[in-house]
Design a protein around this ligand. Structure first.
Ligand code: AP5
Length: 211
């Protein structure tokens, strides 16, 4: 199964991706997670990406496309993938088309997680991530189990002002991709409001078609 996960910041892509990976055997490729790992390791890419990420702006297309090219060459990708946070611009989507053509691969679906803006700000400012496992929680909507041993942190770009810029960047540069994939007949919108497991149930209804 080859999937794209599209949706605004804080829509719940990372949260739902954990279940999709568990149940459908695909590899999650989150460009945000890969960039954060590069920053942590102090790589050249991480250093170049830092200022853009902290401002809530997009990292330049050429850096992202080179990065994803390397990821798509990895053997585990053969079993299927879920692109989370990529593509985010029309040039990135066009580059992905070329890359997949070269690899002889075809996308099955683009899942579009739909959540209104006022809800996004509440979700992102309350988000906490476990340093050890990468598991994502929310201080109110999805608190970690009390008996768990978690080392939670808040992301640098989750301050309200930065979040508002990220939402604007999404609307200007990423939302046009809904149209891009609708024209290819592979965009499927999922209502992203409600309980996490109910939303996942709706995702399963879509994905079970491609099993
Ligand atoms: P990235 O890491 O991709 O961030 P994002 O797209 O902004 O997405 P988020 O991780 O913020 O949200 P999510 O949808 O995964 O939500 P989550 O599940 O955590 O990108 C970060 C930066 O990297 C970008 O700004 C850019 O600079 C750079 N970058 C990355 N990719 C790039 C690219 N392709 N091109 C250029 N630059 C790139 O959920 C959010 C919160 O809500 C959590 O606390 C969760 O517990 C809670 N929650 C989830 N579901 C529900 C629910 N149903 N009800 C209530 N709460 C919920």
């Amino acid at each position: 199964m080859r999937l794209i996960f599209l949706g605004p910041p804080g829509a719940g892509k990372g949260t739902q991706a954990q279940y999709i990976v568990r149940d459908y055997g695909v590899t999650q490729l989150s460009t945000g997670d890969i960039l954060r790992a590069n920053r942590k390791d102090g790589t050249e890419l991480g250093k170049k990406a830092q200022t853009y990420m902290d401002a809530g702006d997009l990292v330049p297309d050429e850096l992202i496309i080179d990065m994803i090219k390397e990821e798509l060459k990895k053997p585990e990708i053969q079993k299927g993938f879920l692109l989370d946070g990529f593509p985010r611009t029309v040039p990135q989507a066009e580059a992905l088309d070329t890359l997949l053509d070269e690899l002889g691969l075809k996308l099955d679906s683009t899942l579009v997680l739909d959540v209104p803006n006022d809800e996004l700000v509440k979700r992102i400012t309350g988000r906490r991530t476990d340093r050890k496992t990468g598991k994502v929680f929310h201080v109110i909507f999805n608190p970690p189990p009390e008996d768990g041993d978690f080392d939670l942190y808040q992301r640098e770009d989750d301050k309200e002002e930065t979040v508002r810029n990220r939402i604007k960047v999404y609307e200007d540069q990423t939302k046009p991709l809904i149209d891009y994939y609708s024209k290819k007949g592979i965009a499927e919108t999922i209502e992203g409001i409600g309980k996490i497991d109910e939303i996942y149930g709706n995702i399963q209804k879509v994905l079970d078609k491609y099993k």
